[in-house]
Ligand binder design. Structure first.
Ligand code: FMN
Length: 330
């Protein structure tokens, strides 16, 4: 969590590891940093909602400073109630955090129907009230106001259409956000279709706070295209999710030009599996996590369709390890 120092060590624009439920938990963040490193910020998958003021044990582990010693971690909260957001903020301040992120992008049906995540984008008044409550609390709550806690938002461009974005941006611009991270899609897009770069450029032009791009950056070329959108505006910031799970060396390649070697992928999956087995309750959970990682990493092995299928079906550690060995053979 001593990230302020690490942030200034990086060269070029800022690069963030995206929050991904089931993927970028603290074990992943730490292994990724240790083996490939280079991200300026590491966002936690969303925490909350903390209804009845209860934070799940799982979420507590995510934010435990012990589990975030080396990464500049930004906890993400998903709620549409400012009092719940502030409740978690008080805890985060005590733990030493200096930035917290609001999730206004999750497209899941059960989330959206409750006006949370991307759902809140369809209810601009509620979004405005939520931000008002949060920023009023930041100023007036004695447990938070002196901490210098910053609030960033991760948003989509709208619920159904990017055309909703200018009005949403007007709302965001009323508040002193530390950063606006834009997954350049709408909720209706889920993860499909091409991100709307044109609307992102509009956001760059009109946002009152720094803007970070997110969506489909899977290669150095994709990254360069996005940096091109910034032109000679402020320093670029790009958040990468699936691209890093599939190619954990991507951020390093962007920074240094160095390509990942096959043995590094092997070490990546072996270390992750070992750490998950140590941290999670039983190998079954560790296997599930690894299968999720392989749904992305598998793209690096187009000639190993059968072995990847075996891996997906693996019922125990022995079957999993045998499939991994065969994937890396030759
Ligand atoms: C499995 C999965 C889980 C995700 N979990 C979260 C989450 O907890 N919070 C969030 O803001 N976004 C979440 N996202 C969205 C990503 O952070 C990111 O916005 C999206 O994947 C687009 O970026 P990418 O193309 O670089 O992956 C998730 C995406 C996926 C595929």
């Amino acid at each position: 969590m001593n990230g302020e120092k690490k942030q200034s060590e990086s060269t070029g624009g800022r690069l963030y590891l995206a929050p991904m439920e089931g993927l970028t938990g603290y074990v992943y963040r730490d292994v990724f940093r240790e083996l490939f490193g280079g991200a300026d910020k590491y966002f936690t998958p969303f925490i909350g909602p903390a209804e009845k003021k209860v934070i799940r044990t799982r979420d507590r582990r995510e934010i435990d400073p012990e589990n975030n010693k080396e990464t500049n971690t930004v906890p993400q909260i998903m709620t549409n109630r400012s009092e719940d957001f502030l409740y978690i903020c008080r805890l985060l301040v005590k733990l030493g955090y200096r930035e917290v992120n609001l999730n206004a992008g999750c497209p899941a049906g059960t989330v959206v129907s409750r006006h949370r995540g991307a759902g809140i984008l369809g209810w601009p008044k509620e979004l405005d009230q939520l931000l008002y409550g949060i920023f009023e609390g930041l100023e007036t709550d004695p447990e938070i106001s002196d901490s210098g806690l910053r609030v960033s938002v991760k948003t989509r461009l709208g619920l159904r259409s990017s055309e909703e974005f200018p009005a949403l941006l007007e709302i965001y611009n009323r508040y002193p956000l530390s950063e606006l991270i834009i997954h350049a899609r709408t909720r209706s897009d889920f993860y499909e279709g091409k991100p709307d770069h044109e609307m992102f450029v509009e956001a760059l032009k009109n946002s009152a706070c720094p803007v970070c791009y997110n969506g489909d950056v899977n290669s150095l070329e994709d990254y360069r295209e996005i940096v091109g959108l910034y032109g000679d505006r402020a320093e670029s910031a790009v958040m990468i999710g699936r691209g890093v799970i599939a190619e954990p060396g991507l951020i390093r390649e962007i920074r240094t030009g160095r390509k990942t070697e096959k043995h590094e992928w092997k070490k990546y999956v072996d270390t992750l599996f070992q750490r998950y087995r140590e941290e999670l309750d039983g190998d079954r959970h560790a296997l599930m996590r690894m299968k999720e990682v392989w749904t992305y990493l598998g793209k690096q092995f187009p000639g190993r369709i059968r072995e990847l299928k075996d891996l997906k079906k693996a019922a125990n550690t022995a079957e999993y390890e045998s499939a991994v060995m065969r994937i890396f053979l030759g």
